[in-house]
Design a protein around this ligand. Structure first.
Ligand code: SAM
Length: 294
């Protein structure tokens, strides 16, 4: 990423990238874990960047935060305890507290500085949701937390950065095994897994690791404009619930008249429909079990 005083360039790939005008910088700090930058862009609003990668923008963060939380919440029969690993901008918490039947929300974030600057500058992301009495925030590496954790959760959301640096800890087979041990028998695990064009290999290799540990697993997707490279992929998994089969009439009934901006019953169902080239890759893997070759 090159920052002069006007342009932020994100290069997720050596051949392509995207740029954002910087109207002004709001916060910038190099922490023990990463370079944090929050800046303002007149089209996208406030933007959070970590280690030169866009994490979320006020313009479209609602798509990501609704899709990573509402798909598991509406797929689970009766979610009570939710664990979020990462998620320092608190967008996930904002969505989850809308559900009164959820009793506890635990967030494990490695970098307290991300929480601090998000609380101060990203109100539209969090809307003070971290103040809800059901929320407990723990500053720790997600993997270290799971190694010692004895509690069981109904839904585990991995809202981490891309698999670089400390983010890498959240994508290994050992980590997914720890996730499984921290879930109730009908628990659901969700992880963000990059975009089709730039991170399909990564996504499939994460899927390979996860499918060896959970009985059911698969992908769903959402179009998030500022995540460069096509639709964003999410990997779901569970030992009891096959999210592909979420029953239409139950789903239709369960969707309260809560204020969502992106999510609805048809979005839920259609997000599991994948393009043919991707289905072919997955079929090849499910039959051939080979690592994904581009
Ligand atoms: N929506 C973004 C995306 O899809 O890339 C993720 C945003 S969220 C801010 C990512 C958070 O994960 C950051 O706050 C980062 O500090 C945190 N994180 C990265 N590695 C972690 C780890 N090993 N344990 C806990 N949190 C971690």
């Amino acid at each position: 990423m090159k920052i002069n005083n006007k342009i932020y360039i994100e290069k997720l790939h050596k051949n392509i990238g995207q740029f954002f005008n910087i109207d002004y910088i709001i916060y910038k700090k190099k922490t023990k874990f990463q370079n944090i930058l929050i800046f303002y862009n007149s089209l996208l609003g406030k933007i959070l960047s970590l280690n030169n990668i866009i994490q979320s923008t006020e313009y479209d963060e609602f798509i990501y935060h609704e899709m990573i939380t509402l798909i598991p919440i509406y797929s689970h029969p009766n979610p009570k305890k939710i664990l979020i690993i990462g998620g320092g901008d608190c967008g996930c918490i904002r969505e989850i507290i809308k559900f009164k039947n959820i009793k506890s929300i635990t967030l494990v974030e490695i970098d307290k500085e991300v929480l601090k600057c998000s609380k101060k500058y990203l109100f539209k992301h969090h809307k003070n949701s971290f103040k809800d009495k059901r929320v407990k925030i723990i500053i720790n590496d997600g993997y270290s937390f799971l190694k010692k954790n004895k509690k069981k959760f109904d839904i585990l959301i991995i809202d981490g950065t891309d698999p670089v640096g400390y983010g890498k800890n959240l994508y290994s087979k050992k980590f997914y095994k720890k996730c499984k041990n921290s879930l109730n028998s009908n628990g659901i695990l969700i992880t963000q897994s990059g975009t089709y064009m730039l991170q399909i290999k990564e996504a499939i290799n994460h899927y390979l690791n996860i499918k060896k540990i959970f009985k059911y697993s698969g992908f769903y997707q959402a179009s998030i404009p500022t995540y460069y490279g096509g639709n964003m992929l999410f990997i779901w998994s569970s030992n009891k619930i096959n999210l592909y089969n979420t029953n239409e009439h139950i789903l239709n009934k369960k969707i309260d008249n809560l204020d969502f901006k992106y999510y609805n019953f048809l979005i839920h169902k259609s997000s599991f429909i994948l393009p043919q080239y991707f289905i072919k890759k997955l079929n090849y893997i499910n039959n051939g079990e080979k690592n994904c070759k581009k």
